[in-house]
Each structure stands twice: as structure tokens, then as C-alpha cells.
Design a protein around this ligand. Structure first.
Ligand code: GDP
Ligand code: IMO
Ligand code: MG
Length: 429
């Protein structure tokens, strides 16, 4: 299918396999742009015997002719970005086609410190963040005391801004968190030391994207995190500090909504979540352990075990709605092989006993709900690496068709393994 401008977005709590799908589609794309989040993301690509875990650089980087954009909506840790570029170069990956928006905000050393300190202070109520400074960086952006990528090009402006920010952060670090104060000049020196490495890549990425779309190029917008981690539409406060949902692809890159043609949602064939927060279909039984072990459910960024559970169709339909998804990619179907039965959550029972097929808008209904399941027979056949729909066992196909019927949009891609080409692509179920 020709997909001129497509947003690829997580339909769950992140780690749906977006990196793998973006890499797959990037083979036929001219531009891949990240639009939100930062190095809290961990996008894994398995190409032959090589595994890449990308945190900040878009998942199109393995193709030498694909332009990779870090849009204005991303928060950029300059140290992590330089390191990620160096590591890719050392492995023979050409990063010269990377472009970074001058309007993107920088994650400063005090942001990572404050992320950790806030989590410690929250104690039992902590979010379980990745401690990469994401929340504090977006706070400063909204408070208009952020440092932007373009400030790297003007040391005197950067120093002035850092001086103001550090003065305010020192109050917090010293008086609230009992930590040593920072020296503004040292912080500015550290960040400016990254300028020569990053400067050649800083560009007007909004203009670049507009030109690419006008020229009929194929553009992918790569979401990080997922719908339920969205700061507005997710399970607040257990969310990230940006909007992973599709609307942010526009604000996070500087193009208009009329330029987007498709929204491809990515969902696992089951559900996982890293960090704290409610998770109605979470399992603490043999099926959950099966998903965790067979699916190697360990976080790419923090190495934490991911919580596992059945696929939640209530949440998936909600994700389809809030991002206007036009099609779905269902990953990790292979992981479910060998389970005696598979379950789909089709509705929630709210604390007052009422059943709802719609995602509850009130947090207490969501926190207190119990899943209503439909049970389907499992399949024993190993389907790792299957690339043709007719090679899927009937029961696996029935499971996928049941999901497509429930969401009302077609499933156009089915993941059958970690490898780049372990996928049933170009289908419509
Ligand atoms: P992302 O954050 O959405 O890019 O996902 P992650 O990379 O954090 O986590 C997804 C994990 O599942 C990675 O280890 C992928 O290599 C792996 N993966 C993706 N698709 C499939 C699939 O269809 N089958 C299997 N077995 N693994 C997959
Ligand atoms: P990708 O792009 C899964 C989770 C954290 C925590 C919450 C807030 O790989 O799907 P943050 O550091 O963003 O302030 O943490 O969000 N989280 C993710 N979970 N995948 C991710 O990214 C995530 N990025 C953040 O675990 O619960
Ligand atoms: Mg991930």
C-alpha cells in the first residue's frame, strides 16, 4: 500500500514493537520523524544478527538514504544523542542524514537529577519513570525557562538562560531535596561542549518535512510511548509528560493535520506495561509468565520486568478513537503459541456493577474495574517467522479476526518474530 504520510503510534502502554514496524516501513520511506518523548523510549530493531536499541534517533536510521528527523516536540538529552550517534557510527551505521529541530528542548543535567529526586520524594506514589529527565524538561518548556537546541548555536544566550534556570533549580535541589547546588557555568560548559558534535545536524525540520510531503515523498511519523501513557488521554498520573497520540505528530513536527494520510496503531497480541499504574488485564499466573518468558518482556531502556496481561479491547478501541487510527499492526502473535486458551477483554465491569464497552473517563471507574473476558481456543503451532497469512493456524487467524472485528479497523500487519522480516505484511483482516 502507498502510504504518503503515516503516523505510527503505540496503541497500549508502549513497547508495542513500533521500532520494528517503523524500520520495516522505512525501507520504502524517504523520511522518518520522531515528534515527542525523548530517550525514555527504547525501540528495538533486529536486523540479521544485529540488534539495535534506539532511544532518540528515529528507527529509519539503518537505511542510508532515509532522512531521520528529531522534531521540535522531542526533548533531547545532548549527551545521550551524541553517544547514540557515536555508537551507531562505530557499528558502521551512517548517521549523516539525521536532522534535529532547533526548536526542540534540551534535557539538561538538572532535569535528570530532579526526575530522580521527585520519584524518591513520591515514595509509594511514584510513577516509576525512566528517570531520564523527561517530565522536568517538559515542565520547563511549559514554564518558558527551557533551553532549546538552537541555543547551542549562541553560547552567550545559552549561558544567560542556564544561569536563570540553575538559580531556580538550586533552590529546589538544596531547599526541597537537600542536594548540593549546581554551578551554572559548569552546566553551561558541559552542554556547550556538545555543540560542535550536534551543530551540523540542526535544521529547519518543519520546512524540510513540508517540502518532502509537497514533493510526494513518503514520510513516517514515529510515535514513542503509547496511547495510555499520553499526558491527556492516558492513565494520568501514571503517564509520560508528552502526547504520544497522533495529534502530536503535527504539533511535534510543525506540519498541519491535513497533511496526514494514515494512522497505523501498533498493539501487541497481548498487553504489557512498565512502571506503576492501573492495568485491568494484568496476570499473575502461568499465562502471564508465559508471555513474560516467551516474549522476553524486559524493558529496553531501564531493564525492568514488564507486567503482562491479556489483550484489552476496551483500551484498544479507545486508542483507535483518540488517534483516529486507520489500521492496526498486531505484533508478537508468535508469543501466544502454546497457550491452551487465549482471552480477550471485551468490556469492563465498573465498581458499581455496571458493564461498559467504552473506556471509563473517570479514574476511579478505571482503577476499580474488572475485565469481562471472551475465551478462545489457543493454538500449539510454532508460528515464528511465518510470512504468509495462509500459513497461520486457523485458531490464530480467528483470534486476529476477532480483534479486527472489535476495533472496526483492518489489521494490515501481523508480527511473528523479532526479526525485521518476521512479519505478515500487506494483509487486510
Ligand atoms: P517499541 O518501544 O514499541 O519499539 O518496542 P520495544 O522495542 O521496546 O519492545 C518490543 C520488543 O518486541 C522488542 O524486543 C522487539 O524486537 C520485539 N518484537 C517486535 N515485534 C515482535 C514480534 O512480532 N514477535 C516477537 N517475538 N517479538 C517482537
Ligand atoms: P517506548 O517508546 C514503555 C513509562 C515509564 C513510566 C512512565 C513515565 O519504548 O514505547 P517517563 O520517564 O516517560 O516520565 O516515565 O512512562 N514509559 C514507557 N513505557 N515504553 C516506553 O517507551 C516508555 N517511556 C516511558 O515506565 O511508567
Ligand atoms: Mg520500547
Amino acid at each position: 500500500m502507498q502510504m504518503p504520510a503515516t503516523v505510527v503510534i503505540g496503541a497500549q502502554w508502549g513497547d508495542e514493537g513500533k521500532g520494528k514496524v517503523v524500520d520495516l516501513l522505512a525501507e520504502r520511506s524517504d523520511v522518518v520523524a520522531r515528534y515527542q518523548g525523548g530517550n525514555n523510549a527504547g525501540h528495538t530493531i533486529v536486523a540479521g544478527d544485529q540488534t539495535y536499541a534506539l532511544h532518540l534517533i528515529p528507527s529509519g536510521i539503518l537505511y542510508p538514504n532515509t532522512i531521520c528527523i528529531i522534531g521540535n516536540g522531542v526533548v533531547v538529552d545532548p549527551f545521550v544523542l551524541a553517544q547514540e550517534m557515536d555508537q551507531l557510527e562505530a557499528r558502521g551505521v551512517d548517521t549523516s542524514n539525521l536532522r534535529i529541530s532547533g526548536n526542540a528542548h534540551l534535557i539538561m543535567p538538572y532535569h535528570t537529577m530532579l526526575d530522580t529526586q521527585t520519584e524518591i520524594r513520591l515514595g509509594k506514589l511514584s510513577i516509576g519513570t525512566t528517570r531520564r529527565g523527561i517530565g522536568p524538561a517538559y515542565m520547563d518548556k511549559a514554564a518558558r525557562i527551557g533551553i532549546r537546541v538552537q541555543d547551542l548555536l549562541d553560547p552567550s544566550i545559552l549561558r544567560r538562560k542556564v544561569a536563570i534556570a540553575v538559580e531556580m533549580k538550586n533552590d529546589l535541589l538544596e531547599k526541597v531535596y537537600g542536594q548540593p547546588a549546581l554551578n551554572a557555568d559548569e552546566v553551561a560548559d558541559q552542554v556547550l561542549a556538545m555543540a560542535p558534535r550536534l551543530q551540523p545536524f540542526i535544521a529547519d525540520t518543519s520546512l524540510l518535512l513540508d517540502t518532502a510531503i509537497r514533493d510526494g515523498k513518503t514520510v513516517l511519523f514515529e510515535g514513542a510511548q503509547g496511547t495510555l501513557l499520553d499526558i491527556d488521554h492516558g492513565t494520568y498520573p501514571f503517564v509520560t509528560s508528552s502526547n504520544p497520540t497522533a495529534g502530536a505528530a503535527c504539533t511535534g513536527t510543525g506540519i498541519g493535520p491535513t497533511r496526514i494520510d494514515h494512522v497505523l496503531g501498533i498493539s501487541k497480541a497481548y498487553t504489557t506495561r512498565v512502571g506503576e499504574g492501573p492495568f485491568p488485564t494484568e496476570l499473575d499466573d502461568a499465562a502471564g509468565r508465559h508471555m513474560s518468558e516467551v516474549g522476553h518482556e524486559v524493558g529496553t531502556t531501564t531493564g525492568r520486568a514488564r507486567r503482562c496481561g491479556w489483550l484489552d479491547l476496551v483500551a484498544l478501541r479507545y486508542a483507535v478513537r483518540v488517534s483516529g487510527m486507520t489500521q492496526l499492526g498486531l505484533t508478537k502473535l508468535d508469543v501466544l503459541s502454546g497457550l491452551p486458551e487465549v482471552r480477550l477483554c471485551t468490556a469492563y465491569r465498573k465498581p458499581n456493577g455496571e458493564e461498559t464497552a467504552d473506556f471509563p473517563w473517570h479514574q476511579s471507574d478505571f482503577h476499580g474495574c474488572t475485565p469481562v473476558y471472551e475465551t478462545l481456543p489457543g493454538w500449539d503451532e510454532d508460528i515464528v517467522g511465518v510470512t504468509r497469512l495462509d500459513a497461520l493456524p486457523a485458531r490464530a487467524r480467528d483470534y486476529v479476526e476477532r480483534i479486527a472485528r472489535s476495533t472496526g479497523i483492518p489489521i494490515t500487519l501481523i508480527g511473528t518474530g523479532q526479526g525485521r522480516h518476521e512479519v505478515i505484511d500487506n494483509v487486510e483482516l
